[in-house]
Design a protein around this ligand. Structure first.
Ligand code: MLC
Ligand code: AMP
Length: 504
């Protein structure tokens, strides 16, 4: 049985009355509750007569029910497609047109506009995911699932069958759906269970969103596979996390979470007294944050590196030295190499392109076989688009990206997409979008705009126009106007000069 759910369920505790999920508002879900509720949802999905490999697209706020829907999708043998809850109409239209899901699940307050886009794109079923206490609603997935039996025979899958599609940039261009198989995700979960020494009694304080690799796979799979309880918060709030650490043993976050924890007066050794492990990833952790965290808490953050296409690739060791500024050693079964532009291996600590291979590496980009082929070498390595170097002890450092990408608060933002929206605004001749260092988000989106002669447009106009069109985290934090963009002899905009000039 190669269904990922079966792999995870093999780790559930024998005592099914134990707590699997606890919420901040006091809700408690036992392992039996999780199994029964996901069984009902899986029955409902199975009753819809979907095609094999049907995509279930989900754009909802984080909740235990969202996790149940993910598990139900796995159990029913369909493909889970999570979408950031901040996406607006144009973004959703793109994903639904590309992935052609048969089922779309959205938040009740978004039903009107989401359903319109979903049906336009040929989707057959649109449901809402309400909290159980929300009243009667015929589109409610939970109410529709309620009459079904609470046992469900998990559908067998082949190792290479798809479990999830996660939209990400790849190295260039518009978002592409990274196809992850049951075996990709199961192997990574098992490797991380060993690497991070998940153990009896662990409690994961879960504050990450559920629509990315970090929150959905690394965090949830870790706890589920180990039969460990999660304290499940709707979002990261530093003060609440400080208060709940004393009931937890494992915490995972993007670097912004650690910066914000350090800004809390109550964050100290005592607050961390029960903690076993703090993991950071998704964006570079600054050495200052790493050092200050260890002084304040007595814990050394364990930094790891991964991406949507590959899940986790490298990790600092649990038992050995955790080196700040590095992402550690290749995980078990994962081959990582750093190559020069001519394709030869970097020697010593030379800097080059990071390429990876392993059972965790995805099945390719949805509907893009040629793009997929371009991103793999002839000997089967995936080109990550990250640039790095190994030290003498084999620890990898990420020193840059060859892909055009800004990472803000752990979210990826593609400059080209934002430039497209700015260039459409009346009065704009052209624009360039870059990431500049930011104390909280790591990098902040900055737009540099050239206006047509005589046109007038203010920073606030650009920001408010974009807020109505794209997810709020992508909206520039600052907009600067210049007479012309710096270009090199080839006519290419010199973004490095703009980054230097507009550093805050
Ligand atoms: C929110 N805002 C952001 C932002 N998040 N701006 C830039 N970057 C971000 N990441 C803006 C909003 O637009 C809003 O602006 C204002 O901040 C307040 O919004 P909020 O929702 O209240 O923000 P907050 O809750 O503080 O969220 C910040 C955050 C969140 C850091 C807690 O972004 C977060 O949880 N990030 C984690 C992302 C993540 O899970 N990444 C993993 C990817 S997986 P305004 O102007 O509207 O007020 C991956 C692979 C791997 O990369 O290796 O793990
Ligand atoms: P995504 O495409 O959203 O999955 O983002 C993956 C990208 O995040 C990687 O290719 C890296 O550029 C970046 N990333 C993930 N973890 C780290 C880390 N620990 N340090 C630096 N960059 C990271």
């Amino acid at each position: 049985m190669s269904n990922l759910y079966a792999t995870l369920a093999a780790g559930f505790p024998a005592d099914k009355s134990a707590c699997c999920l606890e919420t901040a508002d006091g809700r408690y879900y036992s392992w039996a509750d999780m199994e029964h509720a996901s069984a009902r949802l899986a029955h409902l999905l199975a009753s819809l007569d979907l095609q094999a490999g049907a995509r279930i697209a989900v754009q909802v706020e984080k909740s235990p029910e969202a996790l149940l829907l993910y598990l139900a999708t796995l159990r029913a043998g369909y493909v889970y497609l999570p979408l950031n809850s901040a996406y607006r109409a144009a973004e959703l239209d793109y994903f639904l047109a590309d992935a052609a899901p048969e089922v779309v699940v959205c938040a009740p307050h978004n039903f009107g506009w989401v359903a319109q886009i979903a049906f336009k794109n040929g989707c057959r079923h649109v449901f809402t995911l309400d909290a159980p206490e929300d009243g009667n609603n015929s589109g409610s997935l939970l109410q529709r699932a309620a009459p079904f039996p609470d046992r469900f025979e998990t559908v067998p899958r082949q190792p290479d069958d798809l479990a999830a599609i996660l939209y990400t940039s790849g190295t260039t261009g518009r978002s592409k759906g990274a196809m992850l198989s049951h075996a990709n995700l199961a192997s990574n979960a098992q490797v991380l269970q060993r690497a991070w020494r998940w153990q009896a009694g662990d409690v994961l304080l879960h504050t990450l969103p559920l629509f990315h690799v970090h929150g959905l796979f690394v965090a949830c799979h870790g706890a589920l596979l180990n039969g460990s309880k999660m304290i499940f918060l709707p979002k990261f709030e530093a003060a609440q996390v400080v208060a709940l650490l004393a009931r937890s043993t494992v915490f995972m976050g993007v670097p912004t979470y650690y910066v914000r924890l350090l800004a809390e007066a109550g964050f100290d050794r005592d607050a961390c007294r029960t903690m076993r492990l703090f993991v950071s990833g998704s964006a570079p952790l600054l050495p200052d944050t790493f050092d200050e965290f260890s002084r304040r808490s007595g814990h050394t953050i364990l930094e790891r590196y991964g991406m949507s296409e590959t899940a986790m690739l490298t990790s600092n060791p649990y038992a050995g030295e955790r080196k700040g500024g590095t992402v550690g050693l290749p995980l078990e079964g994962v081959a990582v190499r750093v190559l020069k532009a001519d394709g030869s291996r970097c020697a010593g600590d030379e800097i080059g392109d990071i390429q990876v291979r392993g059972p965790n590496v995805f099945r390719g980009y949805w509907n893009l076989p040629e793009k997929t082929a371009e991103e793999f070498t002839t000997d089967g390595y995936f080109r990550t688009g990250d640039v790095g170097q190994f030290d003498a002890a084999g620890y990898l450092s990420i020193v840059g990206r060859s892909k055009d990408l800004i990472i803000s608060g752990g979210y990826n933002i593609y400059p080209k997409e934002i430039e497209g929206y700015i260039d459409e605004l009346p009065g704009v001749l052209e624009s360039a979008v870059v990431g500049v260092p930011h104390p909280d988000f790591g990098e902040a989106v900055t737009a540099i705009v050239v206006l047509h002669p005589g046109a007038t447009l203010a920073e606030a106009d650009v920001i408010s126009a974009l807020k109505s069109k794209i997810a709020n985290f992508k909206v520039p934090k600052q907009v600067r106007f210049v007479a012309e963009l710096p270009r090199n002899a080839m006519g290419k905009v010199q973004k490095n000069l703009l980054r230097q000039e507009f550093e805050q």
